[in-house]
Design a protein around this ligand. Structure first.
Ligand SMILES: Nc1ncnc2c1ncn2[C@@H]1O[C@H](COP(=O)(O)OP(=O)(O)OP(=O)(O)O)[C@@H](O)[C@H]1O
Ligand SMILES: [Mg+2]
Length: 273
């Protein structure tokens, strides 16, 4: 299944559309848990096909790091319970992910959240490698710009050769918008989505700052195209700002918010039913 096809199916499942997959006995079920700064997402794959996708804002993470353990756990437990009820099966194993380059203990916190939420066996991967698993990039740079952080992974010959991360994402764009329009911060996010044409010119310097971070994180790899994951660059025109600032090819995907969660699920152990 191509990345666009996989992402389209996942988006349809997330929107409550028909599920073309089975969780009947013999199917391989895999679960991914993305603990994001803006969104926590739980994905269930059955034989590679998305059969359940749910998300919730938790307010329990900052710049990709768990800052409220109890809130994060409650959010994941609720998503897990909903998935189990809808699918009529118990989900015991999962994979989860951390932003690259955070301290080891912060990364382990992601595992503990999932274990406390009720998973017995939790694999831990970094978010950028996970995004790379969805996009199946052989030679290119995978850039995951989420709510709080920008992660960058360099792939050559199908191998991940460099990995780095910086704070900066959609939340920082919201701060700029709130400041420029004199809006409360919580109103900046819905404004950005409802009025992209008005928001875009205000956000160009913030998008250039994200581009500058990507430049600094990919020195020596300027020959490779950029593949964009995460929600922060979903505002129309963002990819053109990056392409112009960096003078590089920028590849975008539909439903970019789901790239990392799907890749995390692909990183999980297969559990035959
Ligand atoms: N349609 C849209 N237009 C502009 N921005 C959007 C849109 N949809 C989502 N976003 C932005 O995407 C961000 C969330 O992206 P994503 O879900 O990838 O982040 P996350 O995984 O929660 O964060 P992180 O990976 O940094 O911990 C939010 O900051 C939000 O403003
Ligand atoms: Mg993310």
């Amino acid at each position: 299944m191509s990345p666009d096809d996989l992402l389209g199916r996942a988006a349809a499942v997330a929107a409550g559309g028909p599920v073309e997959g089975s969780t009947s006995s013999g199917a391989d079920v895999r679960v991914g848990v993305d603990l994001g700064t803006a969104n926590c997402v739980l994905v269930v794959l059955s034989d590679e096909r998305p059969v359940w996708v749910g998300s919730a804002g938790s307010g329990a993470l900052r710049d990709g790091v768990v800052v409220d353990f109890a809130k994060a756990t409650t959010t994941i437990r609720r998503l897990k319970n909903r998935a189990e009820e809808d699918l009529g099966l118990e989900l015991r194993t999962a994979a989860t992910a951390y932003p690259p380059c955070i301290p080891e203990n912060d990364a382990k916190a992601c595992t503990y959240v999932c274990e406390t939420a009720g998973f017995d066996d939790v694999a831990l991967v970094d978010e950028v490698s996970a995004a790379g698993r969805t996009l199946e990039v052989s030679d290119g740079v995978v850039v995951d710009v989420g709510g709080g952080s920008t992660g960058v992974g360099v792939f050559r010959g199908g191998e991940l050769t460099a990995l780095d991360d910086r704070a900066g994402g959609g939340h920082h764009l919201d701060l700029m918008l709130a400041g420029a329009l004199d809006l409360p911060l919580e109103d900046a996010e819905p404004y950005k989505r409802a009025h992209p044409d008005e928001a875009f010119p205000i956000l160009v310097p913030g998008l250039q700052r994200i581009a500058e971070n990507v430049r600094a994180l990919t020195v020596g790899h300027e020959d490779l195209p950029l593949h964009i994951a995460g929600g922060a660059l979903m505002i129309a025109g963002a990819e053109k700002v990056l392409a112009k600032y960096l003078d590089r090819t920028v590849v975008t995907y539909p439903h970019a918010l789901l790239i990392t969660p799907l890749g995390i699920a692909r990183s999980a152990e297969r559990t035959p039913r």
